[in-house]
Design a binder for this molecule. Sequence first.
Ligand SMILES: [Zn+2]
Length: 239
Amino acid sequence: MSITIYSLGAAEEVTGSKHVIEVDGRSVLIDCGAFQGRRAEADKKNRKFEVQADKLDAVVLTHAHYDHSGLLPMLGINGYTGNIYATPATRDLANLIMMDSARIQARDAEYLGKQAAKKGETFTWKPLFNESDVIKTVNQIVTVSYHRPTYITPNILLEFFDAGHILGSSMAVLTINDKEGREVKVAYTGDLGRKHKAIIRDPDLLPPVDYMILESTYGDRLHETAEDALAKLAEITKK
Ligand SMILES: [Zn+2]
């Protein structure tokens, strides 16, 4: 079995998470996040959408944050008609985030167009997607709850585990089988949460896997404890 994994974002950088897993002629995209940062630079990177959307067999969304879900509407625009698998809460939150983005882009286009007109400049910037693109995207989402193994292609079984990051956030474990009956398990953690948070469950323990893809934004830092953060908050509110 040959498995190819490559990243089109969030590799040697943060934001823009897009990871492709190819196996036996099937192609799965995990997350389709937008790049964030300075407006012009982020816009340029988001416009250069490199996912071969019409070649995908399935899409998995680990959580709703904009840097993981923000460019999902670009899939449909570029010819993807298949399913997008996400937990129910991720579907609901991603809907709000994508809608927000469509509205902000529409407002930006209007405002920047007026500014350009005042200066007598030509203005060609267009939103990447609009509200009706978002509705189409949300209709492609198939919800899968935690611990409900589900085939997303004939040879790839998806199971979501709680990532403890935000409401609905998940780690995706893919069990990949080839025609000879060999099996490989690949885990993609997405963004991982910390333990002992007030309203979010602790991250699940994953089953043993063969390969693990981890995001490491805070890999070189030690987080303060929840108690430390609460003490700091109390200090600030007393001032
Ligand atoms: Zn996140």
